[in-house]
Design a protein around this ligand. Structure first.
Ligand SMILES: [Zn+2]
Length: 305
């Protein structure tokens, strides 16, 4: 098989599982013997893929992402503010955070449904475009920071976007990428139930080594790799656990997107327990912590109607 990311003919079958949205279609992943990337193979046609982004996919749950934004802020608060471009900016939550830190903010988003956020973002002085980065007319060498928050795993040709980012970044600028880590303990444990597998929306999966090789191939030098991420640790553990226990697939994530007050209260308590208590986190890993979560299943039932 050929690899979607590097183009070699060295990709071999890796895993097969049902799609994460409808649980109807079998999706196959391959692993490339050359670049090591794990990808959905063959790639679904664009028309089919767009069906997986309908509904409220882009509407990130407000309260929990507020916490995440607070943590993200810490990443960048030590850097002198200049121009930042957030690729795949969604509702612009990250850019609002950066604006508050004094950055000049630009964002680009491919989703039509995010257009409803334009007016609000513009009123806050954030420049936002809709469409494909490769066709957007940004000036070369103009940004001090370019960010891809959970975007690279969605791209059919990630190399082209990194190459473009390299052109847009000015000398001494910084590129920041967040992707799920398929080399993690949680993937090995949960495999096809791993929350972040999210096929076929996540077309590519990387390890620290394969994402480093990809950015280096496109003209970057890796400065630092960090593994801490709020949404990628406690939350992913919880959701993967539920998936493997046969609860409705990704129900916790779906619950998180519901904005009723009762759901928020329940979800917050469950995540805080997991987040603050290593023993609880450990228990959920070995499958002994089920009682902690039974209330959540009830919450889902009552809130699902
Ligand atoms: Zn490859």
């Amino acid at each position: 098989m050929s690899c979607n990311v590097c183009g070699s003919g060295n990709a071999v079958f890796f895993l097969k599982c049902a799609d994460f949205e409808f649980r109807e279609k079998q999706v196959e992943l391959s692993k490339c013997g050359s670049c090591g990337t794990i990808s959905v193979n063959p790639l679904p046609p664009d028309k089919e893929l767009s069906g997986y982004y309908r509904g409220n996919y882009y509407e990130k749950p407000g309260f929990i992402f507020g916490i995440i934004q607070g943590l993200r802020k810490v990443f960048f608060s030590g850097i002198t503010p200049e121009k930042v471009l957030d690729i795949g900016c969604g509702a612009g939550t990250f850019l609002k955070t950066m604006k508050n830190l004094g950055w000049e903010c630009s964002g680009i988003e491919v989703s039509e449904s995010s257009k409803k956020f334009t007016r609000k973002l513009k009123s806050q002085g954030i420049d936002v475009k809709y469409g494909d980065l490769l066709k957007a007319g940004y000036k070369k060498n103009s940004f001090g920071l370019i960010t891809f928050w959970h975007v690279v795993e969605h791209l059919k040709k990630p190399g082209l976007y990194l190459e473009r980012a390299n052109e847009l970044l000015k000398k001494g600028g910084l590129l920041f990428i967040a992707v799920p880590n398929i080399d993690s303990f949680s993937f090995r444990l949960w495999k096809s139930n791993w929350f972040h597998l999210d096929v076929p929306r996540h077309l590519n999966h990387f390890s620290p080594g394969t994402i480093s090789a990809l950015v280096e191939k496109n003209g970057f030098r890796v400065v630092k790799i960090s593994h801490y991420s709020f949404e990628f640790n406690p939350f992913g553990v919880l959701q993967s656990l539920y998936n493997s226990l046969g609860f409705e697939f990704d129900f916790l994530y779906k619950l998180m997107k519901k904005k009723t007050r009762e759901n928020r209260g329940e979800l917050l308590s469950a995540i805080v327990i997991d987040f603050n208590n290593p023993a609880c986190n450990g228990a959920s890993f070995c499958g002994a912590g089920i009682h902690v979560f039974t209330g959540r299943k009830r919450g889902y039932d009552s809130g699902a109607g």
